[in-house]
Design a protein around this ligand. Structure first.
Ligand SMILES: [Fe+2]
Ligand SMILES: [Fe+2]
Length: 180
């Protein structure tokens, strides 16, 4: 198990970085609601659970580097897409998916853990600027950026067209160089 484009083996709990990362989400990793995210695809063949792990892991690296609230950033990031339906074909309430799913994720997150104000901001605002909730915290600003970065990486690495991969490469390399 690895985050997209990362060389770090997230199964190796002997690794101090991995240990620290999981210390923030250990109680959530095996929760049935969280595991259910594996039944849904997010970007091409990336499951929603893998996407959530990708966003949580890169948010962890950035939040450490920027001296933010690492725990709330990672927990909010891990739960930011905690909605359990196939949005392309079904939706629990009427409306635009980009506006609705952060609210569904927030409701589901509240059912499985305590959601701090920072986590709430991270989850509610992660679709900014497509969504209408603007981040109020540094962690919120960070995760809305990491979410998009991960979407680009997930789609980029699965793209079969070389020209598309080439277009993504400079953005990905710049971001990876910054956090490594
Ligand atoms: Fe989302
Ligand atoms: Fe997302």
């Amino acid at each position: 198990m690895k985050a997209v484009l990362s060389n770090v083996n997230l199964i190796n709990r002997q690794n101090d970085l991995v240990k620290e990362f999981y210390s923030h989400i250990d109680d959530l990793m095996d929760h049935p609601t969280v595991l259910k995210m594996d039944d849904f695809t997010q970007h091409l063949n990336t499951s929603r659970l893998q996407h959530s792990l990708n966003v949580a892991y890169y948010s962890f690296l950035f939040a450490r580097k920027l001296n933010l609230n690492v725990r709330d950033a990672v927990r909010g990031a891990f739960l930011h897409d905690l909605f359990l339906y196939e949005w392309r074909t079904e939706q629990p309430v009427e409306g635009n998916h980009f506006l609705i799913h952060p609210i569904q994720a927030l409701l589901n997150a509240r059912n499985i853990t305590e959601v701090t104000p920072v986590m709430e901001d991270v989850i509610a605002s992660h679709m900014w600027p497509i969504g209408n909730v603007k981040p109020k915290t540094s962690e919120g600003w960070l995760i809305q950026m990491v979410d998009k970065m991960c979407a680009v990486m997930e789609i980029g690495v699965q793209s079969t067209k070389k020209i598309e991969r080439f277009n993504y490469a400079p953005i990905l390399l710049g971001l990876l160089f910054y956090i490594n």
